[in-house]
Write a protein that binds this ligand. Structure first.
Ligand SMILES: [Zn+2]
Length: 207
């Protein structure tokens, strides 16, 4: 079903530039049991406490430092159902500036979105078309693999103000949502990837 070998190579290059070998040690790495736990739901009363604010601030800071596009609380050692995601417009501009063609951005359905933090998230599949593109993870830095994901989902969650929200989304952000919610269920992309596509992002550089 996959479809675009050349395209996937280009996407891998994009992922290489998005991910980082310089992940801070704060990011829990594959093998840490916390990444395999089912995260606990966040108590409503806890959401607006300073302690919770500190947790989400740390998540956002860690996501940005490690150049991730998403991060789940277990990745900083907190087994709670919270994740953050962010893909600012400037990242899209940077990809275009580096000569990534519009057709590739379109094939990936790559779109920018501001910082979002979701608490106790769930999703329904809105478009069950399966798309296959490479993914990386700051808990498994330096690698990627092609992961089948649903094209579109509708996310329901609580936001940091304690409000119930929903977000119907397709393509790139829908893929990130599925990746992050997997983290909350103790699942990593390597469990769902096509194993033969697992690759060290840097081996070609050292060849
Ligand atoms: Zn991840």
């Amino acid at each position: 079903m996959s479809n675009f070998p050349k395209l996937n190579l280009r996407v891998a290059k994009i992922l290489t530039s998005m991910s980082s070998m310089r992940s801070p040690v704060k990011v829990r790495q594959v093998g840490d049991p916390v990444l395999r736990n089912i995260a606990k739901p966040v108590d409503k009363d806890y959401i607006q406490t300073s302690e919770f604010k500190k947790l989400t601030d740390t998540m956002v800071k860690t996501m940005r430092t490690s150049k991730g596009v998403g991060i789940a609380a277990p990745q900083i050692g907190e087994s709670l159902q919270v994740f953050a995601m962010e893909f600012p417009e400037k990242n899209l501009h940077a990809l275009r500036k580096r000569g990534i063609k519009e057709e590739i951005l379109q094939a990936m359905e790559l779109s920018a979105f501001p910082l979002k933090i979701f608490i106790n998230p769930e999703f329904q599949v809105v478009d069950s078309t399966v798309t296959e593109f490479p993914e990386g993870c700051v808990s498994i830095p330096g690698f990627k693999g092609i992961v089948p994901r649903y094209r579109a989902v509708e996310l329901q969650a609580t936001d940091v103000d304690g409000k119930e929200i929903s977000w119907k989304v397709y393509g790139w952000p829908a893929r990130i949502i599925q990746h992050e919610i997997d983290h909350l269920n103790g699942t990593l992309y390597i469990d769902k990837m096509k194993p033969e596509t697992f690759e060290n992002l840097y081996w070609k550089l050292n060849a």
